[in-house]
Ligand binder design. Structure first.
Ligand SMILES: Cc1ncc(COP(=O)(O)O)c(C=O)c1O
Length: 409
């Protein structure tokens, strides 16, 4: 079975939007287009149920039900329980809240491992706990391959390690890390595994139970949805960490790690992500399957399409004499998030040339500042990043390759 691209693209208003005609979106790792279902949910919520939710009057009760449904449905796609899923304003905010909880729980001398492959959202909040007497250790990438190696983690784990925070997929390197293996290592040392899934989730929602992680963060605005951060927390972790919400809500698992309070409409619009994923599953004959199997099926469809489109891009970059490609060269080993630098040309100039030709690509350090520095790249100019997802077409890739051939000189 292959992904029906015509069907997929018909689900995204951006592809019919006159002001975007001719534009090719290759900055999906920054933010994806929203599915029509997401836009519809937001519109409907604001028209019909934009009142304080969870009272007994009709519009209010409906608003609350929609918010609860969003959580239940996203949880099903992740193979989690509804009370294990929390919505915050962003992933950066969610990791900040987790770090505040750790600050109160852990004792001076306890250890946290962070990586220099991660986006700063999964590093800085934990690294700052050094100010409270915690010992922060850095699991470093190999500076040539940009990979996190198992032996690097093994060397850092010890009897006082409490948390290992690492990424499922770097938003610059693109490698898909061995989350289960690293999580098992962390658990073997008695530590929790906190995983940043922001750069992975757009390519297929993960099965968090299969990964075995304790906390998993991702950003719904990169997964065809509203601007929210989703935080999965294993129930036992929720129970072990001190409440970060109002004291009188301490007994309510869903309120303990969302001190900012929910954005009602955006939460309701997470139903749009579930509707979109259901539509893809249904269209490809996966509709009758249990949620975890449906998620697995959609993930495979997305991955197969992306991998086929990715290999020619990697091949082009690898053979170009002036390009330094960051990360693996085999499409099957990585996400379609591809960063590179070019000898003799600034990354900013390349991004500008591509923008002038109708291609939206990313440029800079992508807040993976520590990684970019570790790779010997100037973090102010950074790298060019071309990132796409399952709705990208072969025609868009072909046009991008032609344009790259022209502007990388
Ligand atoms: C890999 C990765 N982690 C974390 C974040 C931060 O997410 P948010 O913008 O929701 O705080 C980003 C944002 O680009 C990211 O790419």
């Amino acid at each position: 079975m292959t992904l029906d691209l015509e069907f997929v693209r018909s689900q995204f208003p951006a592809f019919r939007e006159p002001s975007l005609a001719g534009f090719a979106h290759f900055e999906n790792a920054g933010g994806s287009y929203a599915a029509a279902q997401t836009v519809d949910w937001l519109d409907r919520y604001y028209r019909q149920t934009r009142v304080q939710p969870y009272y007994v009057f009709s519009a209010s009760a409906r608003a609350g039900e929609q918010m609860d449904d969003a959580k239940t449905r996203l949880a099903a796609w992740l193979n989690a329980s509804a009370d294990e899923v929390h919505f915050g304003p962003s992933t950066s905010q969610n990791t900040y809240v987790l770090a505040q909880a750790l600050r109160r729980l852990l004792k001076p001398g306890d250890e946290i491992i962070v990586t220099n492959q991660d986006h700063e959202a999964n590093v800085g909040a934990y690294a700052r706990l050094a100010d409270d007497g915690l010992v922060v250790r850095e699991w470093k990438v190999d500076p040539v391959t940009a990979e996190l190696e198992r032996k690097g983690l093994e060397a850092l784990l010890g009897p006082r390690t409490k948390v290992v925070a690492f990424t499922h997929c770097s938003n610059v390197v693109g490698s898909i890390n061995a989350v289960r293996e690293f999580t098992d290592l962390a658990h073997g040392a008695g530590a929790w595994a906190f995983v940043d899934g922001v750069a992975f989730a757009p390519h297929g929602l993960p099965d968090v139970r299969e990964l075995g992680v304790d906390a998993y963060c991702f950003s719904l605005y990169k997964v065809y949805g509203p601007h929210l951060g989703a935080l999965y927390m294993r129930r036992e972790l929720n129970e072990a960490l001190p409440n970060q919400g109002h004291f009188f809500n301490d007994a309510l698992p869903g309120k303990r790690f969302t001190p900012a309070g929910p954005d009602h409409a955006q939460i309701a619009a997470v139903n749009g992500v579930a509707d979109y994923m259901d539509a893809v599953a249904g269209h490809h004959g996966l509709g009758g399957k249990p949620p975890a199997a449906r998620a697995d099926g959609v993930r495979s469809l997305f991955r197969a399409h992306e991998t086929a489109l990715l290999q020619p891009l990697l091949d082009f970059l690898v053979q170009h004499p002036k390009v330094r490609l960051i990360g693996r060269t085999r499409a099957a080993d990585r996400a379609p998030t591809v960063a590179f630098t070019v000898k003799g040309q600034s990354s900013a100039a390349i991004a500008s040339a591509l923008a002038a030709a109708g291609f939206g690509v990313g440029v800079g350090n992508f807040y993976a500042y520590r990684l970019v520095k570790a790779l010997g790249i100037d973090p102010d100019d950074g790298a060019v990043r071309v990132s796409f997802v399952h709705y990208t077409s072969k025609d868009e890739i072909d046009r991008l390759l032609q344009e790259l051939a022209r502007c990388l000189n």
